[in-house]
Ligand binder design. Structure first.
Ligand code: FES
Length: 207
């Protein structure tokens, strides 16, 4: 990855905010990932009956070092789940003109070729089920009625009316990824396809 980007909403200096404790964050992320994998179907089917996981967090929340997060997500080829906020952090490519034009003004830019987006995977835009990540297909797949979304949370199929909703995010002066949970963004229209990502392997919900 190359040098820092300084334009647009990529970097801002923000007033003091309370970060999530790093060890607690990593621990809960791991537990959340395993839980999502094992119980995705059952939890998804009941998702709309339970309060949202992120209901206790508001405003700007620091999620960790932006460069480390980007390296981890790109290296492991999976998003980082943040159960406390009911979001998944995904990596996107600001050097791609289509992606930059669609997402560059509202999502974090870490380097010229690595950005981060905070996708709302706690509530499918169809009927509100949680939407787990599927490592084999490299898509988000909703177990309730089969809506699917690519790595950027763009709609690829199923009854959902749009892509996954998301939140404004940016990199602060200390290099932290900050999500603004008070600034939700309605998911992209069904026609949005900045990533043009085909399914990369077997689905997790067709088996
Ligand atoms: S709630 Fe996700 S497809 Fe229906």
């Amino acid at each position: 990855m190359s040098g820092d980007t300084t334009g647009g909403a990529a970097r801002r200096t923000k007033p003091e905010r309370k970060p999530i404790d790093r060890r607690a964050f990593l621990r809960t992320s791991l537990i959340g990932s395993v839980s999502a994998g094992l119980g995705g179907f059952a939890l998804g089917a009941l998702g709309f009956l339970w309060p949202r996981q992120g209901d206790g967090l508001f405003g700007e929340v620091a999620l960790g070092d932006a460069r480390e997060l980007a390296e981890r997500i790109l290296g492991e080829r999976r998003p980082v789940l943040v159960p406390e906020a009911a979001i998944s952090i995904i990596a996107w490519d600001p050097s791609d003109g289509q992606a930059s034009s669609a997402y560059g003004s509202q999502h974090a830019v870490v380097t010229d070729t690595a950005g981060l987006m905070c996708i709302d995977t706690g509530a499918c835009p169809h009927l509100g089920c949680a939407v787990p990540w599927c490592q084999t297909s490299q898509w988000f797949e909703c177990p309730c009625h089969g809506s699917r979304y690519n790595k950027y949370g763009e709609w690829t199929g199923g009854p959902a009316p749009r892509g996954l909703d998301r939140y404004v995010s940016f990199v602060d002066g200390e290099g932290q990824l900050v999500v603004d949970l008070s600034s939700p963004i309605t998911g992209p229209a069904r026609t949005a396809n900045a990533l043009e990502q085909a399914r990369e392997g077997p689905s997790c919900i067709d088996a």
